[in-house]
Ligand binder design. Structure first.
Ligand code: KMH
Ligand code: ZN
Length: 282
């Protein structure tokens, strides 16, 4: 097994309240500081859900553009905006996120129960996101919450062609209550259904974080970590901050002899143009 590990940071998400999780980065300053710290530790991609001044999730385009610009000024992380948003967000607002011209964006490949909610991703929305990203030169990260979503990916690529940049990168989001379990067996079951030449990362939500990380590394996969998905570092021990999670992922990647990819290496892997490097130090 060769090659480094792409580490994606998902620092905030749309599900946790700042009042419940004070370490969650929600202001522009907090997001930028987190992004800098985590790039220095080995993160190369930032999966971004934006919060408003009231700390709640927002898809307000002005605010999204403000955060994207601030992150780009301070880092050369790949900026990957979430088009999943929150389960309550309407489809037109989720599509409009692409108007902020990120390097990349998430693209969820199917509807899934999400705890007591439903995360809705019908076929027409999937096609619209895929084709708009192709037109605008935005690289998708295909989010897979269940095995059937990989069948949808095969159908999507067959009918509408490869994404911008020509490379297919998938994130297996595991352990969501309603999606596939966060286990080695479930991860291994997905692998034969990845499109030829695709790379994959895996994310284990909650207590599945560590087992999924170890399974992904052993299978040659990449990692996504962060407080969007994980708020407990060890039993009874809350996550201190996102840097703690990136440091753990980077350490395990080094132990696996697949050290974290730099931002230019990540851009090359994903088919995203390289930006001038921004110096960040630990
Ligand atoms: N917040 C979840 C409902 C994505 O970012 O694309 C959906 C999500 C997926 O987080
Ligand atoms: Zn997300």
């Amino acid at each position: 097994m060769t090659g480094g590990t792409l580490i994606t940071l998902a620092p905030t998400g749309a599900e946790s309240a700042k009042a419940d999780v004070p370490a969650l980065p929600v202001t522009v300053e907090e997001v930028v500081a987190t992004a800098r710290d985590c790039q220095a530790l080995g993160a190369a991609v930032l999966h971004l859900h934006v919060r408003g001044a009231d700390t709640r999730p927002t898809l307000d385009l002005g605010r999204v553009r403000e955060v994207v610009a601030a992150v780009r000024e301070a880092t050369d992380l790949v900026v990957q905006l979430s088009t999943g948003g929150a389960v309550t967000d309407p489809f037109d607002a989720r599509l409009a996120v692409l108007d902020a011209a990120p390097d990349a964006a998430s693209l969820s490949l199917g509807t899934v129960n999400f705890g007591r909610d439903v995360f809705s991703n019908p076929w027409d929305l999937i096609v619209e996101l895929h084709t708009r990203m192709q037109e605008r030169g935005i690289v998708p990260e295909y989010e897979v919450f269940d095995l059937g979503h990989l069948a949808t990916l095969a159908r999507l690529l067959d009918r509408y062609g490869l994404p911008h940049g020509g490379h297919v990168h998938v994130d297996l989001v595991m352990g969501v209550p309603g999606g596939m379990p966060g286990t080695t067996a479930a991860l291994a079951a997905c692998l034969p259904f990845l499109p030829p030449g695709a790379t994959f990362a895996a994310t284990g939500v909650g207590r599945t974080s560590l087992p999924v990380m170890l399974a992904a590394l052993s299978a040659g996969g990449h990692l996504r970590v962060g407080m969007e998905d994980t708020l407990t570092y060890a039993p009874g021990e809350p996550v201190r901050d996102n840097a703690q999670l990136v440091a753990r992922a980077a350490g395990l990647a080094r132990i696996a002899q697949r050290p974290p990819l730099s931002t230019p290496e990540a851009r090359q892997l994903l088919g995203i143009p390289v930006r001038p490097a921004v110096e960040v130090s630990p």
